[in-house]
Design a protein around this ligand. Structure first.
Ligand code: BTN
Length: 263
């Protein structure tokens, strides 16, 4: 496996602000922690940290994120959005759409999103997003958006407990991908999606997310902090919550949970 070629990436990068301040590291605990530290020290909007490996990569709900050396993209960027803390869900949704569209452009593979922060390929998880923020009641000072993509990981290198639920672009397609190209594409799409969100609002983004959602219109089980719910996915509400139609027709909005397809 080749190390990430920073020069090549910078030549491919076509953004105005996202990823223009770029920090490359061989090994970190978590890129989200490094990005947070540099945000506190005043790094600009759009600053991005990329590592070749993480020893303490993390996902939502305190799960760990498998981050082997050289085979994945482990990246976190800083944004200072004019959002309230409760609107951060929309930032995760915007990131999922941008990442998904960037992967379509650079791989032509049928990557989809799974509410709220998962990227799936062939029904298995190929990537995830972790949004963390420093915020008060009055607003978000900065958000750190972490992106993990399993790129060239061989199936047999996943830990046994992940093998039936996780995949990589390489495992699915049999092809090796250049991480420089993938990251440059993802950032271009992310920047466009964020700018559209800030100027036009959530409506168009919500429609796009539902088009890319692999569970749209399907029967799912959602595990929430207060138990499991079964229903058909109807879409997202104006906050980005998952709209689920329960047996009997009642619709409910879920703000946090893990979706599992039942059909
Ligand atoms: C999830 O699926 O629950 C989110 C996974 C997010 C993983 C990425 S890898 C880069 C960044 N650093 C971390 O520690 N986590 C995110």
């Amino acid at each position: 496996m080749r190390p990430f070629d920073v020069d090549e990436f910078q030549q491919l990068l076509r953004t105005k602000w996202l990823g223009r301040h770029f920090v490359y590291m061989e090994h970190v605990g978590s890129t989200n922690d490094v990005a947070k530290q540099i945000a506190i020290e005043g790094a600009p909007n759009g600053a991005l940290v990329l590592a070749e490996a993480q020893s303490a990569g993390r996902g939502r709900f305190g799960r760990s994120w498998f981050s082997p050396k050289l085979t994945g993209i482990y990246a976190s960027f800083i944004v200072r959005p004019p959002f309230l803390p409760k609107e951060l869900l929309i930032l995760t949704i915007a990131t999922a759409v941008g990442v998904c569209e960037g992967l379509h452009e650079s791989t032509s593979l049928p990557v989809m999103v799974k509410w709220v922060n998962d990227l799936v390929l062939g029904g298995k998880k190929v990537g995830g997003i972790l949004t963390e923020a420093r915020a008060s009641q009055s607003g978000v000072e900065f958000a750190i958006v972490g992106i993990g993509i399993n790129v060239n990981t061989e199936a047999e290198h996943f830990p046994s407990e992940l093998r039936c639920v996780a995949t990589s672009l390489k495992e699915f397609s049999g092809k090796q991908f250049r991480r420089e190209r993938l990251l440059a594409s993802m950032l271009a799409h992310l920047e466009r999606v964020y700018e559209a969100l800030l100027s036009n609002g959530f409506e168009k983004l919500r429609e796009r997310y539902c088009q890319l959602h692999f569970a749209q219109g399907k029967l799912v089980e959602v595990t929430t902090g207060s138990g499991k719910l079964v229903g058909v996915v109807k879409g997202l509400d104006g906050r980005g919550a998952l709209m689920l139609q329960l047996k009997g027709g009642v619709e409910t909005a879920i703000i946090s949970g893990t979706v599992r397809l039942l059909e």
